[in-house]
Design a protein around this ligand. Structure first.
Ligand SMILES: C[S@@+](CC[C@H](N)C(=O)[O-])C[C@H]1O[C@@H](n2cnc3c(N)ncnc32)[C@H](O)[C@@H]1O
Length: 223
């Protein structure tokens, strides 16, 4: 499998969501997501762990190879980065890894069933540091509500970020809903986490001596 084998399987005017070769394509500038009749299926009943913002896939590929009895889903909206994950998945024959090439909130809202996911991770979501760009941050109330819906009860979401202000916002977004409880005591994050795994950005920030903040929230059981 080479880079050139990763092609968009439709012309722009025929764009539609489609699953091919273990990858779900979710087109941009498409307005029928909510009518999509697409279901992600695994041919086993193993737990499903999902990583948003997978980048080049370093973290999730390592996990998928190590934990073969878990189904892993990588979500990434950059063409180049989704392509990297796709090429590695096929060249290394990683059958328990499914890739979503699309936007995280749209994917979650329109393509994931209730209580489908056993564990969610987000490693270094883009912090959009400029005030005028903050609206682009992934972790905001609509996303938190969707994560709550798709997670199984008592399941966790774990998030790593180097960005202090985004870390504060993430804590606030999760704890202000009353849908999640922090696994870590006040101030609701830790700075060291053994065996978490490493990603391209984690290595980059550690080299720059930046502090990494790890957060973990548990979906509260309803009723
Ligand atoms: C800072 S990088 C981190 C990549 C990787 N997790 C790592 O730690 O090396 C953030 C990644 O999230 C992706 N991303 C940002 N917002 C996204 C969204 N709403 N949906 C899907 N992917 C997104 C970007 O394309 C980028 O690859």
């Amino acid at each position: 499998m080479k880079k050139k084998d990763f092609i968009i399987p439709f012309k722009y005017e025929d764009r539609r969501p489609i699953i091919i070769n273990g990858l779900l394509y979710i087109p941009d500038n498409y307005f029928l997501h909510s009518q999509a009749d697409i279901e992600i299926l695994f041919n086993n009943t193993n737990p499903i762990f999902l990583e948003y913002c997978s980048g080049n896939g370093e973290w999730i590929i390592e996990k998928a190879k190590k934990f073969i009895n878990i189904n892993w889903i990588a979500v990434e909206y950059s063409f180049d980065r989704a392509r990297k994950i796709f090429v590695k998945k096929h060249n290394e024959n990683i059958e328990n890894l499914f890739i979503v090439f699309g936007e995280a909130l749209i994917f979650t809202k329109c393509y994931l069933k209730d209580s489908f996911i056993d564990h969610v991770f987000i490693n270094f979501p883009d912090p959009w540091p400029k005030t005028k760009h903050k609206k682009n941050r992934l972790v905001q109330n609509p996303f938190v509500i969707e994560v709550f819906r798709v997670l199984k009860e008592n399941s966790f979401i774990e998030i790593a970020t180097d960005h202090e202000k985004y870390k504060d916002q993430i804590v606030l977004e999760f704890l202000s809903t009353n849908y999640f409880r922090s696994f870590y005591k006040k101030p609701f994050f830790i700075n060291e986490l053994e065996e978490y795994g490493s990603s391209y950005f984690e290595k980059l920030y550690k080299k720059m001596n930046k502090q990494i903040n790890y957060m973990k929230f548990k979906k509260i059981v309803s009723g």
